[in-house]
Design a protein around this ligand. Structure first.
Ligand SMILES: C[S@@+](CC[C@H](N)C(=O)[O-])C[C@H]1O[C@@H](n2cnc3c(N)ncnc32)[C@H](O)[C@@H]1O
Length: 202
């Protein structure tokens, strides 16, 4: 019998209406955000490194995965997990902390769903409309980190970022904090190059 291939279905974020609000953590520690956390291995490694010196916001649109993440981090008071589309919920989850002058230190978008078809590009997490909306209130201290093995996605993201005023981009070679996931390791093992950039608003 032929071996069944595991197919991973993308969730259309524009169809997910889940709404969240989050007032923030009960301390003033900087916050690290993991968007599209999948199994949460990236946050896990950062949690190991920083312990309770940082707070973590973990976002995952696929509900069964988000439930597993809740379970994984249930004993960590400094980690919250949100399901649903992060683009829809970003302001409600992040802005209250920004308004309390809590530093949003790093926001990771590691290996995002690429949505290659022209008509699907608006489903990308890092899209121009979203960035222009949040640029009005995001802190200049916040470093956004974008990593992918998909060159067309990377190139289009660079071009899009270059078209937004007051955004500074940097390119780098190694994953920050040397944290990697099974996803990244599988891509590297397959011989794929990983493209990495960070940006922040000025
Ligand atoms: C290809 S996986 C990468 C997982 C992980 N970041 C890593 O590097 O191992 C992309 C993840 O982003 C999630 N995702 C896609 N769009 C999202 C959105 N709008 N909001 C939250 N999560 C999203 C997907 O469900 C998936 O788990």
């Amino acid at each position: 019998m032929a071996k069944k291939k595991r197919v991973r279905h993308h969730v259309n974020p524009l169809a997910d209406q889940t709404e969240h609000n989050f007032d923030g953590f009960d301390n003033d520690n900087p916050i690290i955000v993991d968007i599209g956390a999948d199994r949460g291995e990236f946050t896990e490694q950062l949690l190991e490194k920083f312990g309770d010196k940082r707070n973590f916001i973990v976002c995952e649109i696929r509900k069964p995965l988000a439930q597993k993440l809740q379970k994984k981090f249930e004993d960590a008071d400094n980690v919250v997990v949100f399901d649903g589309d992060i683009v829809r919920n970003f302001e409600n989850i992040i802005r209250p902390s920004v308004e309390r002058s809590i530093i949003i230190e790093e926001i990771y978008i590691n290996f995002p769903d690429p949505w290659f078809k022209e008509r699907h590009k608006k489903r990308r997490v890092v899209n121009e409309k979203f960035l222009k909306e949040i640029q009005k209130w995001m802190q200049i201290e916040t470093m956004w980190i974008f990593q992918t093995d998909q060159k067309p996605l990377f190139d289009e993201t660079v071009e899009m970022l270059q078209n937004i005023n007051d955004v500074e981009i940097e390119f780098f070679d190694v994953s920050p904090h040397n944290a990697t996931t099974k996803w990244e390791n599988a891509k590297v093992t397959a011989g794929n190059k990983i493209y990495r950039l960070s940006f922040h608003f000025l």
